[in-house]
Write a protein that binds this ligand. Structure first.
Ligand SMILES: O=S(=O)(c1cccc(C(F)(F)F)c1)N1CCc2ccc(OCc3c(Cl)cncc3Cl)cc21
Length: 238
């Protein structure tokens, strides 16, 4: 096994992270983002299907950037395609959720959405205020850590590599030095997993309320990751 010096590894993870985050770090620094007007917020709040479609498109774009990040991680492309898909299906949304903290503004508790700063109320028409609140809480907690891009990149790589593994039980962590050190401030693997499950539940609830909308107007990757019918044949095996 070729041992890569840790600083080389960190450097390559940082470069992959920087190249696949949006907005880029330079755009976030010093840029004063506008907030939505009352009229714009009311318009977003009055459209249920359109808001779901907008968010599904944004999530899908964010996941596509995480896929690109993974492909640039040393060794990822050496994995079998099956293993690559397993890790991405289990971990991409967790990385998307962690990356959101970069676009969170702690002073106003708002997050960038379609070019402007949005509070949780903008997403009211999604019909899942608890999930939206939990996502904002996660972004707030992570942004309070003031992680560097390098630290976020390493955390993202760890989440992908550990994706699908059962979260370490509190009793066995001390005995297993290789697990992610439990840091009280970092989101626990269980917390991220719970957010992803809540999102999945909400998608199922939306599909029951609005039959046909997801299959007719959501991005194919979103459908494959979050709304695959048992009858669907996974794209990778077509
Ligand atoms: O749409 S985002 O640009 C977005 C951006 C800011 C705040 C939100 C929200 F919504 F969290 F406040 C959504 N985006 C980017 C990264 C991301 C991760 C999860 C996500 O889940 C949206 C969603 C869907 Cl698709 C269906 N049911 C409930 C939810 Cl929360 C969206 C998202």
């Amino acid at each position: 096994v070729t041992r890569v010096p840790s600083e080389l590894l960190t450097q390559s993870v940082l470069l992959s992270h920087r190249a696949t985050c949006h907005p880029r770090a330079e755009e976030l620094q010093g840029h004063r983002w506008a907030t939505f007007t009352r009229e714009e917020i009311c318009a977003y709040q009055s459209q249920v299907r359109e808001m779901w479609q907008r968010c599904a498109r944004r999530v899908t774009e964010a996941i596509e950037r995480v896929v690109e990040f993974a492909k640039r991680l040393r060794g990822f492309l050496e994995l079998s395609q099956h293993d690559q898909i397993v890790l991405l299906k289990a971990g991409a949304m967790e990385v998307v959720l962690v990356r959101m903290c970069r676009a969170f503004d702690a002073a106003t508790r708002t997050v960038l959405f379609e070019g402007k700063l949005a509070g949780p109320e903008l997403f009211r028409s999604l019909g899942c205020p608890e999930l939206v609140a939990s996502i904002f809480d996660l972004a707030q907690g992570l942004s309070a850590l003031r992680c560097s891009e390098s630290e976020l990149g390493l955390l993202s790589a760890l989440l992908l590599v550990n994706a699908g593994q059962p979260p370490p039980c509190p009793l066995c962590v001390p005995a297993c030095p290789l697990s992610i050190p439990s840091c009280p401030l970092l989101p626990s693997p269980g917390q991220l997993r719970a957010l992803c499950s809540q999102h999945l539940e909400q998608v199922q609830a939306f599909r029951r309320l609005h039959p046909g909308v997801v299959s007719a107007s959501f991005p194919p990757l979103y459908r494959e990751l979050f709304a695959a019918d048992p009858a669907d044949v996974p794209a990778g095996t077509r």
